[in-house]
Design a protein around this ligand. Structure first.
Ligand SMILES: C[S@@+](CC[C@H](N)C(=O)[O-])C[C@H]1O[C@@H](n2cnc3c(N)ncnc32)[C@H](O)[C@@H]1O
Length: 672
């Protein structure tokens, strides 16, 4: 047997056991680069087909058992070899060996299982058996954040990094964002979707227009062992993942808590915002991940961090050391459905992690789900589980009954033998239709997401209760409404019930293209990043702010309005960029219109007059928005008028944040 198979199988086994990342496990071996590359490619391709191969094994009677009996052949090796046999360009297993011999006995039933799967899915090509996210992967650019703490917060930090990439690594800095390419793809369910990507050459990069610390490279640029990464000068962090720290923006000297902090990329950005002054309590429940947090924040030159290896939920609100805490970042564990650019999303569990190169998600989800599950497991679920066990038992009973019947009827030995053989071909688990499997998976996923949402809510509710907290930011890398807009609504409803004065802040108001879903009044105050539109991972951010009872105007309202004015001044000088954005703009209008339709549907279901009124207002706002977007070819005179209106708004200090946001004229789009 070829060595590559064994190497790839070892890597896959370790990945399943969450013992590292694909790159780490393939390149850390003591083999040459060429061998590592071949192994890496084989691992990636096998993982793409893993769910299909698992199903083939399930549909091939006896195969699984045979391999389990044979203790020398691992399951991961079986998967690699079936990939090679059915899906590689070779179409056969190279070399000899015991595994190949065993597998060749099953070649016919394996081929027939594959054929059955294709018939069931009504496809003719193997590639069409793959799920949508694997068939149409979204390629995101490589985001690099310059660490402004480097070299004692040297003011030339960003320039030094850009110069290094230009002069040492021979990259070309583009003076403006590159072109976008949009393609239509038809998904499994027949829906046609638009996917937009950034066209960047392999040796090109550019500086983000919103956050100058962020540099954007071609997705294929590999910086995992770059000198500037290892010495803490740069951090590999998706733009979306930087948003919570940028938006919370604690001033130098303040006191913060990062409630779920490992591996610490948001913590180190908070630290940079605070210029290494004040204090950040970085809380992390998982001991191993806490170790990574300490290592990475040290590497990022953070000096204002105190790590706490405990559950945030165990922190006491009356502990004197938290009395000055004003800012809290909540980035709790989530389903991770927004992470589209990682190879390990191909693994059997979506909840896996590559803790060195990416900051999102974590490995303790099973524990969280178990804990939340214990609280909410209801009798319905139990009944369903019992039913499944019964199904298996019934099947065995049925086999026995048939044989007994034949014997009683005096059936001859040959026939009984044939029946026995036929029966062993019936898999123990009843074969379910594709629809049944999909439905079951959907129910299972919904159950998991609900448990996660309860956990996420408990984290932000714990944050609200610190005595002097002013701002709480909440984020997830999930695309589920249940974990995002719904958690925000549940949190604010709870606060209102208890008579506490908190509001959701309209963050980054000029980002008209990436708002939260318009499900309820002001749910679009939050930010929702979508890979196919924003070229970042899928991400959600919302910010809560305590209302100062004496004066309803909060610093955030003034800050937002000032940012809008600055932004529109920039826009006057930036006609070209805005013209490029017209395409996005139209997409956005379509999205808004779709969302409006959803809104109306929701209203009908609710039969609630007040809600209808609110949503109609929303619709009107959205329609205005569309009109404004359509007229987006920079009318400078209008802009100047807008600025005057906004300056007026700042002066008028008797309006609350929601009102003031409504009064703001709609903003122009900005390329992100
Ligand atoms: C999404 S990750 C955080 C990523 C991190 N904010 C970053 O940007 O680098 C969630 C983290 O929360 C941790 N966690 C989960 N439950 C927790 C709890 N009750 N208290 C503190 N940390 C928790 C997980 O172990 C995981 O490291």
């Amino acid at each position: 047997m070829c060595d590559f198979y064994q190497q790839a199988a070892d890597v896959i086994e370790k990945l399943i056991e969450k013992k590292g990342s694909i790159k780490g496990l393939t390149y850390n071996r003591n083999v040459n680069v060429k061998t590592s590359k071949t192994c890496y490619a084989l691992v990636c391709e096998t993982l793409k087909y893993k769910s299909v191969i698992d199903r083939i094994i399930e549909l091939t009677p006896g195969l699984d058992k045979e391999f389990k009996k044979n203790k020398t052949i691992k399951y991961s090796l079986l998967v690699v070899m079936i990939y090679e046999l059915l899906f590689s360009s070779n179409g056969k297993i190279k070399g000899g060996g015991q595994a190949k011999k065993l597998l060749s006995h099953y070649q016919a039933p394996i081929n027939s299982a594959l054929a059955r799967m294709k018939i069931q899915k009504k496809v003719s090509e193997n590639i069409d058996l793959l799920p949508d996210n694997i068939r149409y992967p979204i390629t995101l650019p490589r985001y690099v954040r310059v660490n402004t703490l480097f070299n004692n917060c040297n003011e030339n930090c960003i320039k030094d990094v850009i110069d290094h990439f230009k002069n040492v690594d021979q990259f070309e800095l583009l003076s403006k964002p590159p072109k976008l390419q949009t393609k239509s793809i038809t998904k499994d369910n027949g829906i046609i979707e638009q996917q937009t990507t950034i066209i960047l050459g392999e040796k090109e990069f550019y500086q983000d227009l919103d956050f100058p610390e962020i540099l954007i490279f071609n997705h294929a640029v590999d910086l995992h062992d770059h000198k500037m990464l290892l010495n803490g000068q740069i951090i590999l962090q998706d733009k979306a993942s930087c948003l919570p720290s940028f938006i919370l923006s604690p001033p130098p000297g303040s006191v913060c808590i990062d409630s779920c902090s490992a591996p610490g990329n948001k913590t180190s950005l908070l630290s940079a915002q605070m210029k290494n002054t004040g204090k950040i309590f970085a809380v992390e429940k998982d001991t191993k991940r806490c170790g990574t947090l300490i290592k990475l924040t040290k590497r990022s030159h953070c000096k204002n961090i105190e790590t706490i290896n405990d559950s945030f939920l165990n922190l006491k609100h009356n502990d004197p050391k938290f009395k000055d805490v004003e800012y809290i970042l909540c980035d709790p564990s989530c389903s991770g459905t927004g992470i589209v650019n990682r190879l390990d999303y191909l693994l059997p569990t979506k909840y896996s992690s590559d803790e060195i190169v990416t900051d999102e998600n974590d490995e303790d989800l099973d524990e969280i789900l178990n804990q939340q599950g214990e609280k909410s497991k209801n009798s319905n679920q139990q009944k369903q589980e019992e039913k499944l066990v019964l199904n298996k038992k019934d099947l065995k009973k049925e086999k026995k009954r048939k044989l007994k019947e034949m014997k009683q009827q005096g059936g001859n030995k040959k026939l009984i033998q044939q029946q026995k053989q036929k029966d062993t071909k019936i898999p123990l688990i009843p074969i379910k239709t594709k629809e049944e499997i999909e439905e079951e998976e959907k129910v299972e996923e919904e159950k998991r997401v609900k448990l996660l949402a309860d956990f996420q809510l408990s984290i932000i509710q714990h944050a609200f209760a610190f005595p002097n907290v002013k701002k709480v930011i909440y984020s997830t890398c999930s695309t589920h409404q249940i974990e995002n807009e719904d958690v925000v609504k549940r949190a604010i409803d709870e606060l209102n019930k208890n008579g506490e004065k908190w509001r959701v802040v309209k963050i980054l108001p000029h980002w008209t293209n990436s708002r939260g879903l318009p499900i309820y009044k002001n749910s679009d105050y939050s930010i929702r990043m979508t890979p196919s539109k924003d070229y970042t991972i899928g991400f959600f951010v919302a910010m809560f702010e305590k209302i100062n009872q004496e004066n309803n105007i909060t610093p955030q309202i003034i800050e937002n309005a000032q940012k809008d004015i600055k932004h529109e001044n920039n826009n006057n000088n930036n006609n070209n960029n805005n013209n490029n954005n017209n395409n996005n703009n139209n997409n956005n209008n379509n999205n808004n219109n779709n969302n409006n339709n959803n809104n109306n549907n929701n209203n009908n279901n609710n039969n609630n007059n007040n809600n209808n009124n609110n949503n109609n207002n929303n619709n009107n706002n959205n329609n205005n928005n569309n009109n404004n977007n359509n007229n987006n070819n920079n009318n400078n005179n209008n802009n100047n008028n807008n600025i005057n209106v906004k300056q007026q708004t700042i002066k008028n200090s008797n309006v609350n944040s929601e009102e003031s946001n409504k009064k703001h004229p709609k903003k122009k789009l900005k390329l992100k």
